[in-house]
Design a protein around this ligand. Structure first.
Ligand code: DX5
Ligand code: ZN
Length: 220
């Protein structure tokens, strides 16, 4: 199991210092939540800040685009070489538009991801499974950190894990929102590979201990 840290709940003005600290922790990715104020009712940062983050971050970047126009952002982050860029299924009007963006990412050398809102049925995502490297199941409504894990999302997670086995796909399953040691354990037991930790880790009095608790869980 791997861990990404969402920097959403870190005050923007202390970002550089906090990233330096997190570089030393046992995490695998920096998870960057990009929000445009349209796709979700919140705004975070854009390409310029991500470029600054890339200069100080020692871990690969996992960019989560909660935006109406993913193409615009993708063009602008190519030169910081993120490992994953994930776009939301719900941001597109047609399946073809989803395929086009996934292909664009792959041809740029970025592993493409598709993110799924808690209320989106897994069935809608089935056509794209062979084209994605990461499937990001949102476990809260996207937009804000610090919300509670929605347990019903385990149905989608189970479905994605079972299709992966049935059709021999090789995507990883990532979860994002309300993840802590308990909800993280549930997810890993149901087939999840990457846990995104936001407020649980960033606001923990002892980050090392919080990470140890999460790392202690094993898949059944
Ligand atoms: C929500 C974001 C998440 C989230 C994680 O829209 O994508 O990355 O902020 O934060 P917590 O773990 O606090 O829910
Ligand atoms: Zn996220």
């Amino acid at each position: 199991m791997e861990i990404g840290v969402s920097i959403l709940n870190i005050p923007m003005l202390s970002l550089a210092d906090e990233i330096e600290k997190l570089n030393k922790e046992a995490i695998d990715y920096f998870h960057l939540d990009v929000m445009d104020g349209h796709f979700v009712e919140n705004m975070t940062f854009g390409p310029d800040i991500m470029k600054e983050i890339a200069k100080v971050a020692d871990k690969p970047l996992d960019i989560h685009l909660m935006v109406d126009n993913p193409k615009f952002f993708i063009e602008k982050v190519l030169d910081i070489h993120p490992k994953y860029v994930t776009v939301h299924y719900e941001a597109f009007k047609t399946d073809k538009a989803v395929f086009d963006v996934l292909e664009k990412l792959r041809s740029a050398g970025i592993l493409p991801g598709l993110a799924v809102n808690p209320t989106t049925p897994a069935e809608k995502i089935k056509p794209f499974l062979s084209e994605v490297d990461v499937l990001l199941q949102m476990t809260v409504q996207p937009g804000f950190g610090g919300q509670s894990f929605i347990e019903d999302t385990l149905d989608n997670i189970n479905q994605f894990a079972s299709w992966r086995q049935q059709y021999q796909y090789d995507y990883v399953i990532e979860v994002d929102g309300g993840i802590n040691d308990e909800t993280g354990k549930l997810c890993v037991e149901n087939g999840v590979d990457i846990l995104v930790l936001g407020s649980y880790l960033v606001c923990a009095p002892n980050r090392e201990q919080a990470l140890e608790k999460v790392r202690g869980v094993q898949r059944k």
